[in-house]
Design a protein around this ligand. Structure first.
Ligand code: ADP
Ligand code: MG
Length: 689
C-alpha cells in the first residue's frame, strides 16, 4: 500500500520533470492528490470509431488510420498546414493540422493513429481537421475509444498531457489507503477510493462515472461535516467558568416593564437559552427570525440574565448605526433598573474610549455594546459571560471566534434575520444549535409591496405625502450608483435637497449616509425616531436592524440593482407597528434576473421563500453570507443540488463523532488525516481558547 504516494509531489509521477511540475504548480496542482482530485469537468464520448466512407460532410467523428505520407505546406497567409494521408483499410483520407510542426517529425509513414475532428467531403475526397489525435501503438489508448475526460484547463497544461500523467499516477497508486469507514460503502453503495479515482478519470461507461462522482460528493460533504461535528463536540466538552442564577430580579423587572407581552416563539427561545445557561457547557446558539420578529428583546433578556448572575455581556452589531440604536434602546430601558450599558465603536474619541475600557475591565460596565471595535486587542472584560452577535451574517466566523477569545468559554448567541434555507443552515451552522422565531408580534400586517416604473414616481410621492399627513414617516432609499460610497453619497444628498425644495417642501426631510460623523448619524436617527423628520432620504446604511415602528413607507429607487436579501432587509424597516405599511420598488429592470427579483418581492413577504428564490437565481456561492462565512468552497458538491447527500453526510458524521469524538481509534487514522488535510484548516478556528 502506498498511501503516501498521494501526498508526494507531482514530480514523482512518471513523465513529470521539474519543468512540468512547475507548470502544474502554477495551476494549483502540487501533490499527486491534487492531480487526482482535479476531476474532469465533462467527458467526450469517443467510443464510436468510424470509417471515412461512413462519415457525412460536416460531422465530428473519430477515425483510425495508418500514415501513408506527410506533407507540410505554407499557406499564403503564413499558416503551416500539415497534411497527412491516412489509410483506414477501406479508403484513403487526409488529416490536416495547422501550425503544428511536430506532425511531420512524429507521424512517419506506417504510424497508426486515431484522430477526431470535423469531417469535410469535397470532390469525392475526405478531409478531417484534427482537434485531437493519439498514436495507436498498442498501449492503452487514453484519448479515444472511450469516454474521454476533459479537464478544466489552465495555463500551459494540455488535455493530452493531463490524461497521460493522470493515467501514470493511477497506475503507480496501486491500492491507495481507503479512508472512508467500510460501513459507509455498504450503506450508501459507494465505490472504493481506488475504483472511484479510476472511474472518475477513465470511466468505462457513464454509469461508472456517475457512481464515482457520487462517492466524491459524499466524501467531500462527509469530511466537512465530520470537521464541523468534531468542533461541535469539542466546544460542548468545555466547561463554563461561571454559573447563572435562576431567573432573577433584573430580567423579571425588564420583562414586566415591556409595553407588550412576549410572543410564544419569543418565550420558547428564552426557555431554550435558559436551558443552555444551566448547562455546564457553553451555549452556541443561532437565533433566526425574520426582520421585525423581535429578536432584540430576547437578546436583552439573555444579557440581563448574565448581569443578574454577576457577569458581563457584550453585544456586537455590524454597523455603527445599529450599535448605536441598540445602545440607545438599552440605555433608555435599562438605566432605570440599574444596569450600566456602554457603547464602543471605532469613532468614540480616545479619552472616552479609555474611560470605557477601564470601566469594562474593572467590571463597572454590565453590558458593552459595539461594532467590530469590540474585538480589538485592547478590550478586556472582568468576567464576560455572554456574547450576543447581531445580524451575524455580516460577520465572518473568524470575527465571532475572536470575540470568544475574550473570555474562556463564554455563552454565545448569534442572531440573524437572513433567512437561511434549511438546506444551508445545516452546513453553515453545523456548530450551533438553532432557535427560530417564526411568529411576528401580534397586530402586524404584511407590508404591501408594489413594483413600479420611474414614470410613476409622482404617484409614489403622492402616497408618501398621504402617509406623512396621517402622521407616519417614510424612507426613500437612493439608487446604488456605483460601488463607491462617495458617489452614493452625492446622489443621496442631491436627491434630499431636490425633494426638500420641491416635492416635499412642506415636510421635514432628513439625510442619512455612511459618511456622516457618528454624532451626526445619531442625531439624524434620534430625530427620525422622535418623529422630528418625516421623510428620511438614505443610502443603504439603514439596511439592517433600524427600528422605527412609526415608519410606514419604504421607497426604493432603482430597486433592480439590489439583491433579494438586501431588498427584503430594506422592506423590513417598515411594517414594524400596527399600521399598514407600503414598500414601493421603483425600477425599470433591464435583466431577466432583475425582473424576477422584483416579482418575487411583490409575491411574498416570507423571508425563507425569498431566500430560496435568491438561491435559485444566484446559486449558493453567491448566497448572502455564504462567502463571508469563512466556509471552504466545495469542489464537487453543490449545496443546492446535493442537499440530500448533505443531510445524510451530516447524520453520519454526527453518529461517528458521537462514538469517537476526536476520531482517535486506530482504524480511523486515515479518516482523521483526510479530515485534517481537506477541511481542518478551513475551520481552524476550532482551536480558539
Ligand atoms: P428584529 O427581529 O428584526 O431585530 P426587533 O427586535 O427590532 O426585530 O423588533 C421589531 C419591533 O417589534 C420592535 O419595535 C419591538 O419593540 C417590537 N416587538 C418585539 N416583540 C414584540 C411583541 N412581543 N409584541 C409587540 N411588539 C414587539
Ligand atoms: Mg434586529
Amino acid at each position: 500500500m502506498d498511501k503516501d504516494f498521494l501526498k508526494k509531489s507531482v514530480q514523482y509521477i512518471r513523465s513529470v520533470g521539474p519543468r512540468r511540475a512547475a507548470t502544474l504548480q502554477k495551476a494549483g496542482i502540487f501533490t499527486v492528490r491534487d492531480l487526482l482530485y482535479n476531476f474532469p469537468s465533462r467527458y467526450e464520448d469517443r467510443t464510436q470509431i468510424r470509417t471515412a466512407g461512413a462519415c457525412v460532410n460536416g460531422e465530428t467523428a473519430v477515425l483510425r488510420g495508418t500514415v501513408l505520407t506527410t506533407k507540410e505546406i505554407r499557406s499564403k497567409r503564413g499558416l503551416i498546414v500539415s497534411k497527412v494521408a491516412l489509410q483506414d483499410g477501406l479508403e484513403i483520407f487526409d488529416a490536416v493540422w495547422f501550425n503544428q510542426t511536430f506532425v511531420k517529425k512524429n507521424l512517419l509513414p506506417g504510424t497508426k493513429i486515431i484522430i477526431t475532428g470535423k469531417v469535410e467531403k469535397e470532390f469525392g475526397r475526405t478531409q478531417v481537421t484534427v482537434e485531437d489525435y493519439e498514436i495507436d501503438d498498442g498501449r492503452d489508448i487514453l484519448s479515444f475509444a472511450r469516454l474521454v475526460p476533459v479537464y478544466p484547463l489552465s495555463g500551459q497544461l494540455t488535455q493530452r498531457f493531463l490524461r497521460a500523467i493522470v493515467k501514470n499516477a493511477l497506475e503507480d497508486l496501486n491500492s491507495p489507503g481507503e479512508f472512508l469507514p467500510g460501513l459507509i460503502f455498504e450503506k450508501f453503495q459507494l465505490p472504493s477510493i481506488e475504483k472511484a479515482l479510476s472511474d472518475i478519470h477513465f470511466p468505462e461507461n457513464s454509469a461508472d462515472a456517475e457512481r464515482a462522482k457520487k462517492r466524491f460528493i459524499f466524501e467531500e460533504l462527509f469530511l466537512f461535516q465530520l470537521a464541523l461535528a468534531m468542533r461541535q463536540k469539542e466546544l460542548r466538552s468545555r466547561e463554563k467558568l461561571y454559573m447563572y442564577v435562576k431567573e432573577g430580579d433584573i430580567s423579571t423587572a425588564y420583562v414586566e416593564s415591556l409595553p407588550y407581552r412576549l410572543t410564544e416563539d419569543q418565550l420558547k427561545v428564552c426557555t431554550e437559552i435558559s436551558r443552555d445557561f444551566e448547562s455546564p457547557a457553553p451555549m452556541h446558539r443561532l437565533l433566526q427570525g425574520d426582520v421585525g420578529a423581535g429578536k432584540t428583546v430576547v437578546s436583552t433578556i439573555a444579557l440581563l440574565r448574565a448581569v443578574e448572575s454577576g457577569l458581563q455581556g457584550a453585544l456586537m452589531a455590524p454597523t455603527e448605526i445599529l450599535a448605536e440604536q441598540h445602545y440607545l434602546g438599552m440605555k433608555a430601558d435599562l438605566n432605570r433598573i440599574g444596569v450600566k450599558v456602554a457603547l464602543l465603536t471605532g469613532s468614540i474619541r480616545k479619552k472616552e474610549r479609555e474611560n470605557i475600557l477601564e470601566r469594562v475591565i474593572n467590571g463597572e460596565i454590565d453590558i458593552l455594546v459595539g461594532t467590530q471595535a469590540l474585538i480589538q486587542d485592547k478590550v478586556h472584560f472582568k468576567r464576560l459571560g455572554l456574547i450576543v452577535v447581531d445580524e451575524q451574517h455580516r460577520f465572518g466566523v473568524r470575527q465571532r471566534a475572536t470575540l470568544q477569545y475574550k473570555s474562556n468559554s463564554p455563552d454565545t448567541l448569534v442572531m440573524t434575520a437572513t433567512p437561511i434555507p434549511r438546506t444551508l443552515a445545516l452546513t453553515l451552522y453545523g456548530d450551533l444549535d438553532v432557535s427560530v422565531i417564526t411568529q411576528l408580534p401580534p397586530g402586524r400586517q404584511p407590508v404591501k409591496t408594489y413594483s413600479v416604473t420611474p414614470g410613476a414616481l409622482a404617484r409614489v410621492y403622492g402616497l408618501v405625502k398621504e402617509q406623512v399627513r396621517l402622521g407616519r414617516q417614510a424612507f426613500i432609499v437612493c439608487p446604488l450608483v456605483e460601488e463607491s460610497e462617495k458617489i452614493d453619497l452625492q446622489a443621496a444628498s442631491e436627491l434630499a435637497e431636490e425633494l426638500a425644495g420641491g416635492e416635499f417642501k412642506c415636510w421635514r426631510v432628513g439625510l442619512l449616509h455612511g459618511r456622516l460623523h457618528p454624532d451626526e448619524k445619531e442625531a439624524v436617527m434620534t430625530s427620525f425616531r422622535r418623529c422630528e423628520i418625516d421623510i428620511l432620504v438614505s443610502t443603504t446604511v439603514i439596511e439592517v436592524g433600524v427600528d422605527v415602528p412609526n415608519a410606514t413607507v419604504m421607497v426604493i429607487l432603482d430597486a433592480d440593482r439590489f439583491g433579494l436579501a438586501q431588498l427584503h432587509q430594506l422592506r423590513g424597516r417598515v411594517g414594524r407597528g400596527a399600521q399598514q405599511s407600503h414598500c414601493i420598488l421603483v425600477a425599470s429592470p433591464k435583466t431577466v434576473e432583475g425582473r424576477a427579483r422584483l416579482k418575487a418581492m411583490t409575491r411574498t413577504t416570507d423571508g425563507f421563500e425569498l431566500a430560496e428564490e435568491d438561491l435559485r437565481l444566484r446559486g449558493p456561492g453567491e448566497f448572502h453570507g455564504t462567502r463571508q462565512s469563512g466556509l471552504p468552497e466545495f469542489k464537487v458538491a453543490d449545496l443546492l443540488r446535493d442537499w440530500r447527500a448533505l443531510q445524510l453526510a451530516r447524520e453520519e458524521a454526527l453518529a461517528w463523532v458521537r462514538e469517537d469524538p476526536q476520531l482517535r481509534k486506530p482504524e480511523r487514522r486515515l479518516l482523521l488525516e483526510e479530515v485534517k488535510a481537506r477541511f481542518y484548516n478551513a475551520i481552524s478556528y476550532i482551536d480558539v481558547g
